[in-house]
Ligand binder design. Sequence first.
Ligand code: FAD
Length: 620
Amino acid sequence: MNTKYDVVVVGGGHAGVEAAHAVYRNGLSCALVSFSYKTIGQMSCNPAIGGLGKSHLVREVDAMGGIMAQATDISGIQYRTLNTRKGNAVQALRVQCDRELYKKGIQDILKKTDIDIIEGEVVDLISNQDIVSGVLLSDNREIIGKKTILTTGTFLNGIMYTGQDKIQGGRVGEEASIPLSKKLYNLKLPMGRLKTGTPARIKMSSLDLSVMAEQKGEMPTPWMAISKQPTEHKKQLSCYITRTNKTTHKIIQKNIHLSAMYSGNISGIGPRYCPSIEDKVFKFESKDSHQIFIEPEGINKDLVYPNGISTSLPKTAQEDFIYSILGMENSLIEEYGYAVEYDFIDPRSIKPSMETKFFKNFYLAGQINGTTGYEEAAAQGLMAGANAANSIKQKEPLILERSEAYIGVLIDDLTTHGVTEPYRMFTSRAEHRLMLSQNNAEQRLLKIAQRADLVSTKRADNFDAKEKIYQKYLETKILNKKIKTYTNLNNEQIELKEKTSIGTVLKRTDVSKENIIKILETKNSDLHLLNRAMVEIKYSGYIDKQKREVAKNKKQNLKEIPLNIKYSSITGLSNEVKEKLNKSLPTTIGAAARIEGVTPAAINLILVHIKKAELQSLNA
Ligand code: FAD
């Protein structure tokens, strides 16, 4: 085994594996150092990939040569598209996975690469002044790399809490990363504490599923990956829905002072959008019931993940409230819920390339940057790996625009605004979301990925061939067929003034797609082409408008702000805006505009100020 590599990746979680794989794709040598081989690709919390805003990231990672979507399809036991009543852009695929098969899927993909996997604990960075050149392991081994990527997740000084009990650990059954955390603090990096939590795991055979609502998967079963799919789906399983009730809430209220999160034990801030059951009961006091999704942990696995009751109450209180829930009265608890508090590094200290501003050749990706979620971690890992490789190859940094990808939104939000709580992706974070559906990730990103050496020529050729077939389909004049009536979404017959082509009718917002499929007598094999055409035509007007706006803003956004600008001397800017600008010191108008609270009016004032200064220096 080598000890010198192009890139050293620390951590075999979702960020780490994508980072290492992106380096491998680039044909460079890579070491992936992690506590244990067995936990590479481990899902720490719920065994599910995708969901609102997140499936967009997964498909983008897939379009850029990443592996998360493929592992999802190797292990998917229930697929469901969410938001089907809403517009195409915000629809999202969520896949329940078999936890063990997902991890095995990731490990099997890595086995086919030449990435060196090294078991060990990283305790220090090897650095000379402000240049990092590898890592030191606890057994004194040195692993040298031209670039180092840190993806340590929830492990940095991780402390797990169940009620008043607290133990060191990154997640259940695994040790925390303490010496490395101390080293990073000693380097005076801008660090803070965040927290997250997880529910108890319960034996499925102990639950009465007959009193719960069954939720079956989607038929026909879709795939997460666009790149490469297995020959068939794994056995598909149902999820079940039950609810908390007044008794459950009373038990939680009675024990709240014992909850680690509420007793003041934990100072870190938790994910607002993934609240614990304690949070839900207290913050939404008027609600006397909350939904719980009973999600199987895997095929032939007698275990469920009760999604919605994450908790840090003591074990006995967890038992009491769980036993009060319909269908869960006789629950056999395999593992108790807990909260984990960990260090993160302020992501404003990384550049959009994911390289840190304070150390050269040193990159951060994943939960360490203040995010939460497997998908957010994977997206950052891929970009850190790609950028480390790019930099070694002396190429320009790979930076995706906010209008190109959710990955662009994620990294821009992190590096511009930092985080005040664990950051998760939502479609509402993307102002250009109409252009960014989960279904057009390949069209948006594959060519960019090809230029960054992230996808093979074969895959790029396949993509070109698929696009040609689609263009041909559009040219078949099939959409020129004229109709006088159509069925709307409420199943009503709408009479048109005159016979109109289907292509034009599709631009109406109320057309039933099923009706059009029927009229065109579409063959099954052409269905995906028609579906794509219907979406693209329907939204073409809005998308063209967004594209024009993006083009207009692009020029203005790139305008540089002089480093010596004095915001205090710009009349009309509020003190709050001045303070924010002085803190962030944006280098371009685009970066200034993205700072929360900096309004378009404020941007205009800054532009006028810069223009005046430019004129003055010309006349001087
Ligand atoms: P991780 O998946 O944590 O991987 C870190 C890797 O680094 C591990 O392989 C570890 O072994 C390795 N490592 C760490 N330190 C060292 C070291 N010094 N030397 C060598 N190797 C090291 N996300 C949600 O979206 N919703 C939730 O409800 C949610 N709940 C969670 C509950 C719990 C209890 C936990 C632990 C996590 C939860 N998450 C949740 C977060 C989710 O697990 C992470 O967002 C995701 O796993 C982050 O991926 P990552 O690659 O950044 O880190």
